[in-house]
Design a protein around this ligand. Structure first.
Ligand code: SF4
Length: 476
């Protein structure tokens, strides 16, 4: 005790008024860009919304009613901001796209139409024919084999304890790059969709299957998009799932907050329904959360912050899943800013997906190496629980694999090989976009025989790497 008292009374101990010696240089607040959110009537720069006041723009029904669903509507909204040649390019882009068009006025207002070809939001939602690239020869429409792993229509049971419940097939936006372009949206010239309508008969079969599988604990409610479910449907699905003793966790997945955040401010019935399910879950000691999908920091405005603050005040946890996309977020600075901006809005960045092999969007895919390089730079800028894990959703149904956990990655042929021992036996292959490879290698991909040789060599190398690692490992 004497020693402690002596220590407390040390003459060299700092007093409260003494200046604090900083070990790091102080940060200029103006450089904290993640806190600087677009505010004001930014939508009024779009000719069609010049006279739209804030109350109207924040009304989710007005947003839904004025959503752009074809190139002609796009033309009448944006008018002189882009030349006729751009519209012609868009019209042809849509004719060749596997997804139909659906862009909210909010999203449309965030696009810089003076640089439409390069704008990161335009690239995600509005196809232009002149920038399309041929699909990879190994691409299939349902590349993740969601239908093959579905015991009942719209319920994919791949991981031991988790199922993906596709409650409906519509969304508040249609993304060019949708992995589920086999089902989501209306038929296009390119794709006749699998129907996953929001019918209670179909849902009943899904609930029955979940109830018959005691190992299922975690249900993702997606689609389509949970934003499109009516308030009573949110309550019905949430209640039916929470009633099942085996279900411990529910995630409602929606891109809505990224494309129409005002719904969280003005659709009180929907937010109340979600809050009701979350609170009911909490009383049952079950977790119910919101999973959303922001890809670029420009998608987060002052409206988004207010909307997400409102959700946070209701005690609802929100996590984010992004897709890594060329020309959208494939730079260290953009992904760091997105990560920090999500954190600023109390959204936990959960995953960044290396872009799936999806029809008609080869121009958006990056190499695996890009993901590895960006992840290295993102890790360390903020707390670990606010740092996304970069994953490859292994084509063929291997599920999500941490991007750098490949068994083998041949950067020359662009083939990476993954194993998923707890999900499915065998190897799962991911392919870098061909236009990023050396021209001689790109030429080899034109020949089916050469494709076979490159794939065979990659699998052999993966097998050898796995055998060497097993010999060295002490884990059994
Ligand atoms: S919101 Fe999701 S499900 Fe809908 S089109 Fe976009 S990626 Fe697909």
């Amino acid at each position: 005790m004497d020693t402690q008292l002596k220590l407390l009374g040390r003459s060299d101990a700092p007093t409260a008024l003494e200046p604090i010696k900083h070990l790091k240089a102080s940060v200029d607040p103006s450089t904290l860009h993640h806190r600087q959110l677009l505010d004001g009537a930014f939508w009024q720069k779009i000719p069609a919304y010049r006279l739209i006041d804030e109350a109207t723009f924040l009304d989710h029904s007005w947003q839904a009613k004025n959503t752009i669903t074809n190139p002609q509507k796009l033309l009448s909204a944006v008018q002189h901001l882009v030349p006729q040649s751009f519209y012609d390019d868009v019209a042809e882009g849509f004719r060749r796209a596997p997804m139909s068009i659906r862009v909210s006025p909010y999203l449309l207002s965030l696009i810089d139409w003076s640089d439409a070809y390069n704008d990161p939001l335009r690239r995600q939602f509005v196809p232009v024919a002149s920038r399309l690239l041929p699909d990879h020869p190994k691409l299939t429409l349902d590349s993740l084999h969601e239908q093959a792993d579905a015991p009942v229509p719209g319920l994919t049971h791949r991981y031991p304890d988790k199922a993906l419940f596709l409650a409906l097939d519509t969304c508040p936006v249609y993304c060019r790059f949708c992995t589920r372009s086999y089902a989501v949206g209306v038929d296009t010239d390119e794709v006749e969709k699998v129907s996953l309508k929001a019918t209670e008969d179909r849902w009943d079969r899904a609930f029955r299957y979940i109830s018959e599988r005691p190992e299922l604990e975690d249900i993702v409610v997606s689609g389509g998009d949970s934003y499109q479910l009516k308030a009573r449907q949110i309550t019905l699905i949430g209640t039916r799932l929470l009633e099942l003793p085996n279900v411990r966790r529910i995630r409602f997945a929606t891109k809505g907050p990224a494309v129409m955040p005002m719904k969280l401010l003005t659709d009180h019935e929907w937010v109340d329904a979600l809050t009701g399910v979350v609170e009911r879950g909490r009383k049952l000691h079950k977790e119910v959360v919101l999973h959303t999908h922001f890809n670029h920091p420009n998608e987060i405005t002052a409206i988004t912050k207010r909307a997400l603050d409102a959700v946070f005040e209701r005690g609802i946890i929100t996590r984010n899943q992004s897709v890594l996309q060329r020309g959208v977020n494939d730079s260290i600075a953009t992904m760091q800013l997105l990560t920090k901006r999500l954190g600023h809005c109390q959204v936990q960045p959960y995953y960044v997906y290396v872009h799936d092999l999806v029809k008609g969007v080869e121009d958006l895919r990056t190499t695996l190496q890009t993901a590895l390089d960006i992840e290295k730079a993102v890790r360390g800028i903020t707390a670990g629980f606010h740092t996304p894990t970069f994953v490859v959703d292994a084509p063929g149904g291997g599920g999500k694999r941490v991007a750098h956990s490949f068994e083998h990655y041949d950067r020359t042929t662009g083939i990476s090989v993954y194993a998923a021992p707890s999900v499915k036996p065998g190897f799962f292959l991911y392919f870098d976009p061909i236009d990023t490879l050396d021209p001689e290698v790109a030429e080899r991909w034109r020949s089916p025989a050469e494709q076979g040789r490159m794939i065979h060599a990659a699998i052999e190398a993966a097998g050898a790497a796995q055998a060497a690692s097993a010999r060295a490992s002490s884990v059994r």
